[in-house]
Write a new protein. Structure first.
Ligand code: AP5
Length: 238
């Protein structure tokens, strides 16, 4: 058994279609459980701001893939995650939002964790019907400075267009345009949905219905997580 399951650290992967609410739940889990949150989407978006016009060829290519709603090549994403050693070894644990997204990435993560002597506790898989996802993405507004997530109807900022947290400007992500959303959904079904079976077979999959308020979903996530841990410890005790 890995140290992750014996220690008090909590190590999670968040799975779910674009717009299912992973980022919103990641923020709640990060704050309430004091985990290190790692979003590959945010890391990739951060590349552009950090590098300005001095993007490498691989970075430029990665950002073009993102804008079109396609996945960034596995090697680029795995290298970005592998650089986040401190986060992976955070004493309270980590949560990975948007990684892994392909079987090759899942296997790379297994290897990264094995080398680091770490293990996953659970894969929280957020499940929501397509109509609800489309409504969530259509109304999403993101802070360009601190990445806080809003929704024009369900989570509006106090002042229109201004982030409550840092005062930064809010706007729509490039890949929330309808044609990019269509590509992201198709890519999710083809490349990422099969990961549910991969983690089910490892006894890590924890499906969470993603309807209701963010707070209700957060509470549901904790209940499901405890149930999975309980089932695991009773099967170890058998
Ligand atoms: P990424 O940034 O990871 O985006 P995503 O997976 O498409 O997910 P989203 O951020 O769109 O949605 P979410 O599930 O986080 O929902 P949110 O909480 O914002 O990736 C973007 C791109 O980067 C990819 O397409 C790819 O190109 C690249 N990339 C990233 N990782 C990669 C990888 N590993 N490999 C290859 N490429 C990679 O919520 C959505 C909206 O709904 C918000 O407005 C929110 O306020 C609202 N909302 C949330 N919860 C609720 C609720 N309970 N009730 C009502 N409204 C809600």
């Amino acid at each position: 058994m890995s140290d992750a399951r014996e220690s008090s650290a909590t190590r999670l992967v968040l799975l779910g279609a674009p717009g299912a609410g992973k980022g919103t739940q990641a923020s709640l889990l990060e704050q309430r459980l004091d985990l290190c949150a790692l979003s590959t989407g945010d890391l990739l978006r951060g590349l552009q701001e950090a590098s300005g016009s001095r993007l490498s060829e691989a970075e430029r290519e990665a950002l073009d893939h993102m804008r079109r709603g396609e996945l960034v090549p596995d090697g680029t994403v795995v290298a970005l995650v592998a650089e986040q050693v401190d986060c992976l070894h955070h004493p309270r644990g980590f949560l990975l939002d948007g990684f892994p997204r392909t079987l090759a990435q899942a296997r790379a993560l297994d290897e990264l964790l094995r080398v680091g002597g770490l293990g996953l506790d659970a894969v929280l898989s957020y499940e929501l019907p397509l109509e609800a996802i489309v409504a969530r993405l259509g109304g999403r507004r993101t802070c360009f400075a601190c990445r806080a997530i809003y929704h024009v109807e369900t989570r509006p900022p106090r002042r229109s267009g201004v982030c409550d947290r840092c005062g930064g400007a809010l706007g729509q992500r490039d890949d929330d345009r309808p044609e990019a959303v269509r590509t992201r959904m198709q890519t999710y079904e083809r490349e990422t949905a099969p990961l549910a079976t991969y983690y089910q077979e490892q006894g890590l999959l924890c499906p969470v219905p993603a309807h209701g308020t963010p707070e209700e979903i957060f509470e549901r996530s904790l209940v499901r997580l405890e149930a999975l841990r309980g089932a695991r410890s009773s099967s170890v005790g058998d």
